[in-house]
Design a protein around this ligand. Structure first.
Ligand code: RRO
Length: 308
């Protein structure tokens, strides 16, 4: 089955791709994504200067998911500006994830990266792991100020990676901001920030930074991810493409995201745990679910979730 999809006029050969952060920091990792069956190459969120990130251990996988506090380890935007044009040869979309410390960083990085012509730019408003830096996406006014400035310097399709929201009022407030800014797609959701995983045997936390607090991913966050995809799908009446992220470890999980309104799906935890072969498996599994259900493409079931 053909699993290709289109977002903001850009064709993706498959609806599956890596989530920003998962196996996408170095040139080698990005090129490996290019050679894999991933439908796109999404970069690690980049900052002005190269960063080592937080002290290790900073990622921990467990049966129902993962917790991370990577702390934005990345090569710095100048390095990605060199790498992105070279990724074109893989003939799949490149999504540049842009982060920063303060508005000015985002604007500088987005302007330079836009000149390299990635296929899309994803503005990360939701990193939960920098000590003392709140997630911008939880402040609607700050998000609007920042996005309005970034929008001015970005001419490729521009999307926003949002944190999970747990109340409709917050989703509605952010939807109004996004309407005023004018964005081309959404990536929902980033990890569920500031969770805590405890190892009872060692009577200890499992990651070092921030006293063990970190962003949760994987199966345990799937209902939160689906709820945010569905809420924003409804708020934009299905007119704003959504990339669903959170809790996809099987073709059925991806199908659930599509039913809620996602056009495509990103994988983080399962990609870290299973490596690049995961794309082939997920594509096979989703194709089989769609065929069994009588759908001939991912788009055919998009948003079709029934309510009781
Ligand atoms: O690098 C990280 O700690 C990180 C980032 Br930027 C993000 O957006 N989400 C996440 O779970 N970890």
């Amino acid at each position: 089955m053909n699993l290709s999809i289109t977002i903001a006029g850009v064709r993706f050969p498959s609806c599956f791709m890596n989530a920003a952060g998962a196996r996408c920091v170095t040139r080698e990792e990005l090129e490996a994504l290019g050679r894999s069956q991933s439908g796109a190459i999404v970069t690690k969120s980049m900052t002005l200067e190269p960063r080592q990130g937080n002290p290790e251990p900073r990622y921990y996988g467990f049966p129902s998911g993962s917790i991370n506090s990577m702390g934005l380890p990345n090569l710095g935007y100048r390095a990605y500006a060199q790498i992105i044009p070279d990724l074109k040869r893989f003939q799949k979309p490149v999504i540049a994830s842009v982060a920063g410390f303060g508005e000015e960083d985002f604007v500088t990085i987005a302007a330079t990266i836009n000149e390299c012509r990635p296929d899309l730019i994803e503005v990360n408003l939701s990193c939960p792991n920098i000590p003392g830096e709140p997630q911008i996406g939880y402040d609607a006014e700050a998000s609007e100020r920042l996005l309005k400035r970034v929008r001015k310097v970005v001419s490729v399709p521009m999307g926003v990676k949002l944190p999970p929201y747990f109340d409709p009022a917050h989703q509605e407030a952010m939807a109004r901001v996004l309407e005023r800014v004018g964005v081309d797609f959404l990536s929902l959701i980033n990890s569920v920030g500031n969770g805590l995983v405890v190892d009872p045997e060692r009577e200890a936390v499992v990651i070092k930074p921030k006293g063990g607090f970190g962003g949760l991913g994987g199966t345990l966050i799937k209902p939160v991810a689906l709820a945010n995809v569905r809420a924003f799908w409804k708020l934009f009446a299905g007119r704003l493409p959504i990339i669903g992220t959170g809790g996809v470890i099987s073709g059925v999980d991806a199908f659930e995201h599509l039913l809620c309104g996602a056009s495509a799906v990103q994988v983080g935890t399962v990609l870290v745990e299973e490596d690049l072969g995961v794309f082939e498996r997920l594509e096979r599994e989703l194709a089989s679910v769609l065929a069994r259900k009588g759908y001939d493409s991912p788009a055919a079931c998009r948003g079709k979730l029934k309510e009781l």
